[in-house]
Design a protein around this ligand. Structure first.
Ligand code: SF4
Ligand code: SF4
Length: 448
């Protein structure tokens, strides 16, 4: 199988083997071996939790650069709504959009336009009686991947639509292709991203063969340059998305846009995993829809943003309440319908399961390994301390069954073994014959 693309990477030299990341990873993708972290590619969902918790900044996200714009004749920026929360409320959204033009983009197309269309599609989807309940939002690529690897039985619950950014990219690209002198090859479509999972989705799209997005530039990377130009004169009064679409930046915003009421809103990948566990057990069938976001607080809490998430959330709320005062139609989606082309229905592929616990392709060998794992787990202390380099005792038992670790990786087992060995050596030492007195032996030889 081809190696999966990942935006999240490890810089070996910076890793101190402190185990912080192993304990935070929601898919148990990280092990410490030989004093350094290692990421198992098939388990990683690019959620970025390890970036947040690595004290040595050994974990980073690879994204594209502003300099990559030079490769294309015509470049379109797709700003995530969370970008607006990075700036003080005195800087209007249209100044931020104009700022992007000043940085070299030829056009700006807000991802919030895509969110408006997806909101309408979800609203219609929830009216259907034949879908598995609860339906689950497919907007966050880290959550879709979490379901692929840990809860593949829930794939049918995912809303069968592209994420807003992909919808926005399709529309922006189609508009640009209408312009004279442009071909698909010379149009660059760049997502200004708050998280690595979305960067990964560009190179390994979910539900499509190929993404309409050319690349993704981290908000943290573009922010310093953008900050210098946002206060400058507006280059153009861009058409703007409604605040219903923009609201998707914050947890609860999607639900607000869809207008559904029997919705469970969950954010933070660990809470999401707990709720998915319940859904997998057949619970929560009385809930219509679950809005799920991997980052605490929603996309404004993404690891590639620059502002504290509470500050960003406050700013988004301030912007919304100002807008409410200005706009009598505030809070309503600016449209009531959408087309199949906008939603990308034609080219959509099924999301495939990618389950992680595959001990062996041979079922008999796999069963033997499971039995061995269970026996091994019973002899481990069950403290889940993570000192062995695996995130918990169960993971160490699995690693031992796979031949990737040994019992003595557990510090408690090792300590007991060393102590037993020390006692045994003391016992053996007591049984030794008395030592010979070398001087006496020499004198006796001399007399002879
Ligand atoms: S990005 Fe997320 S899934 Fe991947 S190794 Fe880091 S914490 Fe684990
Ligand atoms: S958090 Fe993980 S990657 Fe960072 S230093 Fe500790 S072990 Fe290494």
């Amino acid at each position: 199988m081809a190696e999966r693309y990942h935006s999240v990477r490890l810089t070996d030299e910076k890793c101190q083997g402190c185990v912080n990341c192993t304990r935070r990873c929601p898919t148990e993708a990280i092990r410490i071996r030989g004093g350094k972290a290692q990421i198992t590619s098939s388990r990683c969902i690019d959620c970025g939790e390890c970036i947040r918790y690595c004290p040595g900044h050994a974990k980073t996200a690879v994204t594209d650069e502003l300099a990559d714009l030079k490769k294309y004749k015509y470049n379109i920026a797709l700003p995530a709504p969370s970008l607006y929360g990075q700036f003080s409320v005195d800087i209007p959204v249209r100044a931020i959009l104009s700022g992007l033009l000043k940085l070299g983009f030829n056009e700006v197309f807000e991802v919030a336009h895509g969110a408006e269309i997806v909101s309408l599609a979800i609203r219609d989807h929830l009216k259907r009686k034949d879908i598995p309940r609860p339906a689950i939002s497919s907007a966050c690529p880290a959550i879709v991947r979490l379901i692929q690897v840990k809860y593949p039985e829930l794939i049918d619950h995912l809303a069968p639509f592209d994420a807003p950014v992909e919808v926005a990219a399709r529309l922006a690209r189609a508009e640009a292709e209408e312009l004279p002198g442009l071909t698909p090859e010379n149009i660059g479509v760049w997502f200004i991203t708050p998280c690595p999972a979305k960067m990964t989705a560009v190179y390994q799209p979910l539900g499509a063969e190929k993404s309409n997005i050319t690349g993704a530039i981290a908000i943290s990377k573009i922010y310093p340059a953008l900050l210098k130009v946002v206060t400058a004169e507006l280059q153009d009064a861009r058409r703007q998305a409604s605040w219903v679409g923009v609201g998707w930046a914050v947890s609860g915003g999607e639900t607000n846009s869809v207008g559904a009421d029997n919705v469970l809103i969950v954010h933070d990948v660990h809470h999401v995993a707990n709720v998915l566990e319940q859904v997998a057990l057949g619970k929560l069938k009385d809930v219509d829809y679950i809005e799920m976001l991997a980052c605490a607080g929603g996309c404004i809490g993404g690891p590639l943003t620059v502002e504290n998430r509470y500050v960003a959330e406050h700013r988004m709320k301030q912007r919304i309440s100002r807008k409410k005062m200005e706009d009598p139609k505030f809070g309503r989606l600016p449209r009531t319908d959408y087309s199949e082309f906008e939603l990308g229905v034609a080219g959509r592929r099924a999301i495939e399961p990618k389950p992680i616990l595959r001990l062996d392709a041979d079922i008999t060998k796999a069963m033997n390994k499971i039995e061995f794992m269970d026996r091994t787990l019973k002899s481990l202390p069950g403290l889940d301390c993570g000192s062995c380099g695996s995130p918990n005792c169960k993971a160490l038992a699995e690693d031992i069954a796979q031949g990737l670790a040994s019992m003595t990786d557990c510090v408690f087992i090792l300590r007991k073994k060393v102590r037993d060995l020390a006692y045994e050596m003391v016992d053996l030492a007591d049984k030794l014959p008395p030592p010979l007195d070398k001087n006496q032996e020499y004198e006796e030889k001399e007399k002879c």
